[in-house]
Design a protein around this ligand. Sequence first.
Ligand code: SER
Length: 339
Amino acid sequence: MRKPVVLITGANGEMGHGLIRYFGAQTDTQIVAVDLNPIEPVLGDYCIAGIVGDILDTNLLQRLVSEYEIHAIYHLAALLSTRSEYTPDIAHKVNVNGTLNLLQLAHEQSRWHGNPVKFLFPSSIACYGVPSLDAKEKVGKVRETDFNCPTTMYGCNKLYCEQLGRYYTFHYRQLAAERAPSGVDFRAIRFPGLISAETVPGGGTSDYAPEMIHAAAQGKPYKCFVLEHARIPFMAMPDGIKALIKLAEAPAEQLTQRVYNIGAFSPSAAQLRDRVLKAFPNSKIAFEPEIARAAIVDTWPADVDDSPARRDWGWEPEYDFERTFKEYLLPAITKRYRA
Ligand code: SER
């Protein structure tokens, strides 16, 4: 008998940490974790298997299904937006081909065990491409269907994968003589920049917020690569994890769309600096923008309209800007770097 499991790709990443710890606390969820690097020991204890491998390796995926019966996939593996600009071809392979491999795996698994396979996909505010700062100020909260004109490879990849997920869920092989649903139940969240107390991200363009906070907590100077005015939505990691779980648990008939914005707070980089300075008055934070990188942030919306998520599956953030600092980041980060 193969074991029923939840598959998590990109397990060692920021979201992987939060998600695996969440599931680890639930005794009835068996996790198989995949990452390019050995699964970190703090996570390994929560998983029934930690597999080192590449999601582009179809042999690896086939070996997986010979041992496990997959009922849900949290496909977190991706190259983030800054890194993707340096190697757009590799980004496309990992972000698009990797996702396609996993959608196909979900389909095959569903056909095998006869139940839908939930496919949870972290999409991103990078899907948006607001044409100018002026437009950004004027539009305020953007809806999922607005400004779907990303300027980054990562944004293009995420936007296209959202479409692939919708295709597998509703239109898979629509011309087949004996048409049958793919069995893939795709659900995506367009995440804002995420801030975790446990991990620092790598290769993202919203990284200036977590980098600034973690640097200050360690007493290290920080040069911020965007300008003071830069503003995009951010969220505390526990809210990000909660959102993924809530969307996964929502009954399919309640979902009026398959891709949802979620928001929490939208500080400017200057407001972030001020809050960090309040917590760590001796920290040295300077603004030394990397113009091209800062320009990417300027194409991302200042805020998102998340009313469909609120209406369809009860989304509501628990952490606003102040609570994120006071009750989540500061206690955990201070402890982390004191140790
Ligand atoms: N945090 C991501 C990045 O900066 C955006 O989703 O690439």
